[in-house]
Design a binder for this molecule. Structure first.
Ligand code: NAP
Length: 279
């Protein structure tokens, strides 16, 4: 029987996941379907009863990544660690939650850096994506969290310290980031996309002593931050590889088998072209 997958969220119209998975299923010669489904917050419980019958698995995006947890039958260790779910596998009617964002972020980073050389990180943002970044990097790097809301930055820093005792985490306001030597700067805010396309999250002066700038925004593929970073000699990376790797990891979970590196590269190439074509 044809397997049907989905991404659920609200809004969902602009999700790139249907395109990514249709390219991937095509490249793998799989007769699977992947559809976007708008699910409002109050509809979640009822919708999940239907998905339990109809879907082999699905991705979860804003605003359901946390609110879905009570409805699931089990969580794997990644979902437990992040307190958020982006992938659900239907195991014979049992819904199991996973989180593939961390692996997506790290696989993207490994394209440009040896993780053991990342010792000092400036993380901009303290929301869901920033939490993933902080928890993944804490075993490797000291982390300075710069966020608009200092309270949120502080809450994230405390969580990191609890999960990684001995890690070095500090917080600063967005306007108070000092020009220091960083191995890595990560933008985990939406600044640089949509209406904030022409903005940068922190002063460009801080880029002078930075080795790698990783912007989790993937549309546009070169944000203003990345353009400025390139112009002063930083290595740069956008959020596209994270998006693709987390999506392909979801497929590996659903289908129970790995996708080869060569295939991942082919999918990545086609997705990049597609995104460039449609902006
Ligand atoms: P979120 O939980 O809503 O967090 C948003 C973060 O951005 C918060 O730290 C927020 O600061 C900050 N922020 C938002 N607007 C701001 C502004 N105008 N000025 C300063 N700070 C602002 O969202 P999220 O899930 O973490 O996602 C953040 C971004 O990461 C997304 O927009 C997306 O581009 C990117 N992302 C990419 C991938 C990928 O696969 N490439 C995956 C996930 C996310 P406050 O705490 O002060 O509100």
């Amino acid at each position: 029987m044809k397997m049907v997958f989905a991404v659920i969220g609200d809004p969902i119209d602009h999700s790139f996941s249907p395109k990514l998975h249709s390219i991937s299923f095509q490249e793998q010669g799989l007769d699977c379907t992947y559809v976007p489904i708008r699910v409002l917050q109050h509809e979640l419980g009822q919708a999940l009863k239907e998905f339990r019958k109809d879907l082999a698995g699905f991705n979860v995006t804003i605003p359901h990544k946390q609110s879905i947890i009570p409805y699931l039958d089990a969580l794997d260790s990644t979902a437990q660690r992040f307190g958020a779910v982006n992938t659900v596998k239907n195991e014979g009617g049992k819904l199991v939650g996973y989180n593939t964002d961390g692996i997506g972020f790290m696989q993207g980073l490994q394209e440009v850096a040896d993780l053991n050389t990342i010792r000092k990180t400036l993380l901009i943002g303290a929301g869901g994506a920033a939490q993933v970044v902080a928890l993944e990097l804490a075993p490797y790097s000291s982390i300075t969290i710069a966020n608009r809301s200092r309270l949120r930055a502080h809450v994230l820093a405390e969580k990191v310290k609890v999960l990684y005792p001995g890690s070095t985490v500090r917080t600063v306001g967005l306007g108070s980031v000092l020009q220091e030597k960083y191995d890595l700067v990560v933008n985990a805010t939406p600044i640089g996309m949509g209406e904030q396309k022409d903005q940068i999250p922190v002063s460009s002066l801080i880029l002078r002593n930075v080795r790698i700038v990783y912007d989790l925004v993937y549309n546009p593929q070169e944000t203003r931050l990345l353009a400025l970073a390139s112009s002063v000699g930083c290595k740069t990376l956008n959020g596209l590889s994270m998006l693709i790797y987390q999506g392909l990891k979801s497929e590996e979970i659903w289908l129970g088998r790995p996708i080869s590196k060569a295939l991942k590269e082919r999918i990545m190439e086609r997705v990049r072209k597609e995104l460039t074509k449609h902006g």
